[in-house]
Design a protein around this ligand. Structure first.
Ligand SMILES: [Zn+2]
Length: 538
């Protein structure tokens, strides 16, 4: 089974650029596979880790526990990542760099169930540039996950899986697979006229890339501002299409050296391409750069499928394709087009909320303000931050208890204050979500509920208006419950699947139970998705 993910890939990319794709990449998937044209994530925030935590578990973040790329770990007071694990060590990178594991994933994956079903004869391997995108789709009982380190420029793993890297991975790293791209020029794949026709000029004012050692026009010379291959270059490389090429080479090595697909027991290889997300964040979904990285990814997918076809046979391979989230237009572009784009400064949100808390609980204006610690701050790289994470605000329960503050009333004060901030559309409290006081027929409320995991989520969840970000610096981003972030491809190709375009509503949470049905194994532990029976042969 080959599972292909493209990080930050909107469904409309398949339609907007279809005639420019080659015959063996995305068009092979839409031609020979079953493709759901109305596939939306049904959770928020629509970030990388929640998406990758859902697609192979069939479980929303409310079940997988992967509520964000990062969240506040209440016991430690630290901001942690979805794959942070201080109990394991990194392999193949710099010795003191943090390692990672799937230990925070609270559901089994298709790969886990495949291994259970075959007494571990099946092999399950996840690869990506990002740790979370390699680790989460593969699962807790996977044989291995490999990702790219921006410190060492090598493919790394952790002692969660084994005590040393397989020899083939070390050999791959010995070729310095990233360094050959130092100073590489990223040019357009096709004549500029194709790009002007579909996405407009190369360097509109809203493509603000200053300070990144890059410009907003082609060709992009990939150095990251460094004079030789080192950390800044590896970061710069992330923002180019070239890591996708590197990942295809690594996937081919994995297939050869691990003999994937060689025997009767189904193996699972998950490959998540990350370049598209980095490029999309820097240039936005209506840029020449995103169009170009999409066309190049089509060629990457074709290379990978051709390789699997030659080695294993696509007739013997179940292939699935999806993305972890979409992306919204750059707010300044959305504003220029009259779509209401804009940015809501963190300080504005926190200022309004803190002022409302003070007005209610410190009416005499005592100094120092006893309410100053009512909202939980968090430690990020030894700096205390007052902002929120994933648009979640966390309360300081100790301080509220100390002052005898009623939690229910306090929640209402914070929610009411947040709703006075221009650009904030919706706001839900923990108490509302826990009591089911939200309506599942309201898609925004349902998506908030599906993204809420009590021990990890905050006490108040805010939603900005469409095309608005509560983010000041990042050029383009995602995370909202709106269509531009939720609508992604869902494609399954292989024996037992009737090819065609399907109009039934679907979500990437449906992929895992459907693959499990096709593989005739138990669906993952918390799988709540639907088996997409409309495309399955009887
Ligand atoms: Zn992502």
């Amino acid at each position: 089974m080959l599972f292909i993910v493209v990080d930050q890939f909107r469904y409309d990319y398949l339609e907007r650029f279809d005639d420019l794709f080659g015959p063996n990449g995305f068009r092979r998937l839409t031609r020979d596979g079953a493709s759901w044209a109305q596939s939306n994530y049904d959770h928020m925030p629509t970030y990388t880790a929640p998406g990758h935590g859902t697609m192979m578990t069939g479980a929303y973040p409310a079940e997988s526990g992967i509520i964000g790329n990062e969240w506040l770990d209440r016991p430690s007071g630290k901001r942690i990542t979805s794959v942070t694990d201080e109990s394991v060590k990194l392999l193949g990178g710099l010795p003191n760099d943090p390692a990672a594991s799937p230990s925070r994933l609270m559901a089994s994956t298709v790969g886990d169930e495949m291994r259970l079903a075959t007494n571990d004869r099946s092999k399950v391997i996840g690869i990506s540039v990002k740790d979370r995108s390699a680790i989460l789709p593969a699962g807790r009982h996977a044989n291995a996950a490999y990702w790219f380190s921006i410190s060492s420029g090598t493919m790394v793993s952790s002692t969660y899986y084994f005590n040393q890297l397989p020899a083939w991975v070390t050999s791959f790293n010995n070729t310095k697979p990233a360094d050959k791209y130092f100073g590489a020029k990223w040019e357009r794949l096709l004549p500029e006229s194709e790009y002007l026709k579909r996405v407009g000029p190369d360097n509109p004012s809203w493509e603000n890339v200053s300070g990144w050692g890059d410009t907003n026009s082609f060709p992009h010379t990939i150095t990251g501002g460094a004079t030789k291959p080192e950390r800044n270059f590896y970061i710069g490389l992330d923002y180019s299409p070239f890591t996708n090429d590197m990942l295809v080479s690594f996937a081919q090595e994995a297939i050869i050296n691990e003999q994937l697909g060689k025997d009767d027991d189904t193996d699972v290889l998950t490959v998540s391409f990350s370049a598209n997300d980095y490029v999309g964040h820097r240039f936005g979904p209506y840029s020449q750069e995103v169009m170009d990285v999409t066309l190049r990814t089509d060629r990457n997918v074709a290379t990978l499928l051709d390789f699997v076809d030659a080695r294993v046979g696509l007739a013997n391979t179940l292939v699935a394709f999806t993305a972890d989230h979409g992306v919204s237009p750059i707010p300044e572009q959305a504003a220029a087009l009259g779509l209401g784009g804009g940015r809501i400064p963190f300080a504005t949100v926190m200022g309004k909320i803190q002022a409302a808390i003070s007005a209610r609980y410190n009416p005499q204006g005592k100094i120092p303000d006893p309410t100053a610690d009512y909202l939980l701050r968090f430690n990020e790289g030894n700096v205390w931050r007052e902002w929120f994470i994933n648009n979640n605000i966390y309360f300081n329960y100790d301080a509220l208890k100390r002052d005898g503050v009623n939690l229910e009333e306090f929640s209402q004060v914070v929610v009411a204050a947040a709703l006075t901030v221009p650009g904030i559309a919706r706001c839900f409290s923990r108490l509302q979500l826990l009591r089911g006081a939200t309506s599942v027929t309201d898609p925004i409320e349902r998506r908030a509920l599906h993204g809420f995991y009590p021990s990890r989520s905050g006490d108040v969840v805010m939603v900005a208006e469409p095309y608005k970000y509560i983010a000041e610096t990042i050029t383009a981003t995602h995370g909202s419950p709106y269509t531009y972030d939720t609508h992604v491809p869902t494609i399954i190709m292989g024996a037992g699947v009737n090819a065609g375009r399907y109009w039934e509503p679907a979500t990437p949470a449906d992929i895992a139970p459907t693959l499990s049905a096709l593989l005739r194994i138990t669906a993952p532990s918390n799988s709540t998705g639907r088996v997409l029976v409309e495309a399955l042969k009887r």
